[in-house]
Each structure stands twice: as structure tokens, then as C-alpha cells.
Design a protein around this ligand. Structure first.
Ligand code: ASP
Length: 344
């Protein structure tokens, strides 16, 4: 009989860890050591589940790089003795966290699956049970002694996505996430079916490298019709600014006004990395396709291609933190490091 898999469940906070006190109608944090009592179905899974809870669970709106490092430290400490990780966080910023964790774990060869829920685990109609059970099942799925998933995934409402391809699209529906530019990696129906040809393939012999330096001197600058030069100038001149995610229109287009292009060029000359990411949900940046993006290309703006804003921000913090050589930066950014963008 196959050995039971060791799963580590890390609870950082979020709705999923709440139970409703039906007398008072208020939400109370739930003691994860009682998880099996709350979800007895877990006893049927062929794995041993250990849980670690943040000392003070947080709403994911309070998530930040310090907590990402806390998550990384837990994974690093238990990596050798654990077969799969399930990380529970609030869904609001889960795509940012899953993206950041994907960059921080180089050569990851075990499943790290994020999940959460829209309703608390103790709610009658909760989506938490299914999400947690299936996330654990995915984290313990092995084939020929090798984990099927060797990357950071995000499981929500019957679908497993590549974490750094996701974005939260709905604040109410159980189906809260989308992976607009990459198909889902697995689906839970009658069977748990993996799209094995889409999964990142890695050699398990490679040693995990943990990256903990993130540079927070970055900003997301979303263009809009009517944005003034003053606004752009103020943002680009923020003290210590090192990187900008420039959210542009369509396939990477921006106003052609000379003043705006000059401000962007001056920022690049000061050593600030500027990444062009589209405001569209689906599709890719293609600088040079229109006149409104040719100049951006000429002045040295980096193409984010079809990356999500969440993953772009995490990748920017990561590459700046690693102090990648200025000229190499563009090459690193424009090529996938963890499957976060499509190579055309
Ligand atoms: N506000 C909550 C959070 O992100 C929502 C959730 O858990 O889904 O922490």
C-alpha cells in the first residue's frame, strides 16, 4: 500500500478560517487543530495533515512581503519532510501572494496549493469544505513516486490554476478566480483530471533555492483618459522609486503627448524599470503594433506581454530585490521564469 502523504496546511487568515456563532450571528476565528472535526471527510484522504496557523491570522488586505517571507520560512523549514503544501489565505489578495511565492521558490518540485473560500468554513452553504478537501487531494497527488504538481497552484471552485496566472474576478460568486491567459491545470469533477501537458516539468534532483529579498519601492500606474502630466510626474519622481508597472490601454498603448513620453524617458534614464502591462483582462502587450506604443518601445519600456498585473508586481519586486544587473533586467522580465507569461 502507498505510504500516506504528509501534507502541511498553513492558515494565514481570511474568511475560510471563520465559524459563525449562530446565537450572535458573528464570525469567530476557527481553531484549525479541530479541522478534522469540522471536515470529517478528511479522514478518508490517504494523508497525514499537520497544520500551522499564523499567530495572528490576517485579512488578506493586510498581506505584505513580510508575511510572504513568513510563508516562505515555513515552507523552507518543512520542505524535506512534507509531500505537499496547502496555504489558506483570504481570497482578496491571493493572486498577489501566489505570484510572489512562485517567484520566491526557485526549483520548486513539490505542490504548493493556495485556496480559501467566499463563505466561512462554519457556514451552512460554505464553499470552504470542497476547496480545502480538493486542495489537499491535489497536494497529495503523486504518480510514480513524483508529485504531479511541481509548482504554485491556486484551487478554487473545482479548478486548479497556475497561481501566477490568476486574478480575482468576483467578490461574491464561489467561482471567484480566473486565469485569463492560460488554461486551468486541473479540474475536479467525477474525477480529478490533470492537464499534464500544461504543468511545469522539473527535475526533482534540483535543490530548492529560496529567495527572500523583495524591493517594495515600486508602483502600479494605471493610465486613464485625461491623466495629467503632473500626476505622472509626481508618481515617477517618488523618492527611491525603482520600478513601475504601467497599466496601458489595449495592446500596450499610451497617449502620444510629448510631455508624457519625455517623463517616462527621463525616469528610465534615472534607472527606473518600467513595465508595460495591459489593462485588458485577456491578451498581450504588443509594442509597436500602433503608433501609440511605438515610442514606448523606442524609449526602452519593457513588455509585460500577457502577464497579469499581480504577477508583474511580484516579479518586479523579486527581480529588483535580487538586484539583477540593469541590462539583464529586460531579458529576465520578458521571459517566463515560473510560467507566468506566454512565449510567443
Ligand atoms: N476579506 C477576506 C480576505 O481576503 C475575503 C476572503 O477571505 O476571501 O481576507
Amino acid at each position: 500500500m502507498a505510504k500516506k502523504k504528509n501534507i502541511l496546511l498553513i492558515y494565514t487568515g481570511g474568511t475560510i478560517g471563520m465559524v459563525k456563532d449562530y446565537k450572535t450571528n458573528s464570525l469567530l476565528p476557527f481553531d484549525f487543530s479541530n479541522l478534522r472535526k469540522r471536515i470529517p471527510e478528511l479522514n478518508q484522504l490517504p494523508c497525514k495533515i499537520k497544520t500551522i496557523t499564523f499567530k495572528t491570522p490576517i485579512d488578506s488586505s493586510n498581506m505584505n512581503p513580510k508575511y510572504w517571507i513568513d510563508i516562505i520560512n515555513i515552507i523552507q523549514k518543512h520542505y524535506e519532510t512534507t509531500d505537499g503544501f496547502v496555504i489558506l489565505t483570504g481570497s482578496d489578495t491571493m493572486s498577489y501572494t501566489a505570484s510572489a511565492i512562485s517567484f520566491m521558490l526557485e526549483n520548486l518540485c513539490k505542490p504548493v496549493i493556495f485556496t480559501g473560500s467566499q463563505l466561512p468554513i462554519g457556514d451552512l452553504r460554505t464553499d470552504a469544505k470542497e476547496n480545502v478537501i480538493t486542495a489537499i487531494e491535489i497536494a497529495s497527488a503523486y504518480k510514480n513516486e513524483e508529485p504531479i504538481i511541481k509548482e504554485v497552484g491556486l484551487y478554487f471552485e473545482y479548478k486548479l490554476y497556475r497561481g501566477n496566472r490568476t486574478t480575482k474576478i468576483n467578490s461574491e460568486h464561489f467561482d471567484a478566480f480566473s486565469s485569463p491567459n492560460f488554461p486551468h491545470l486541473a479540474e475536479s469533477g467525477v474525477h480529478l483530471s490533470f492537464q499534464e501537458h500544461l504543468l511545469l516539468q522539473k527535475k526533482s534532483s534540483k535543490k530548492l533555492i529560496v529567495r527572500k529579498k523583495l524591493n517594495q519601492n515600486v508602483v502600479i500606474l494605471k493610465l486613464f483618459p485625461g491623466i495629467t502630466e503632473k500626476t505622472i510626474e509626481t508618481i515617477l519622481n517618488l523618492k527611491d522609486l525603482k520600478g513601475v508597472i504601467l497599466e496601458t490601454f489595449g495592446s500596450g498603448n499610451a497617449p502620444t503627448k510629448k510631455g508624457i513620453i519625455t517623463l517616462l524617458k527621463q525616469a528610465i534614464n534615472r534607472g527606473i524599470q518600467i513595465i508595460n502591462v495591459t489593462q485588458c483582462i485577456t491578451g498581450s502587450v504588443n509594442m509597436g503594433l500602433y503608433e501609440t506604443s511605438s515610442q514606448l518601445k523606442e524609449i526602452g519600456i519593457i513588455s509585460g506581454k500577457d502577464i497579469t498585473t499581480e504577477a508583474a508586481l511580484a516579479k518586479l519586486m523579486y527581480l529588483l530585490g535580487e538586484e539583477v544587473e540593469y541590462l539583464k533586467f529586460k531579458e529576465y522580465f520578458e521571459n517566463p521564469l515560473r510560467g507566468e507569461m506566454t512565449v510567443l
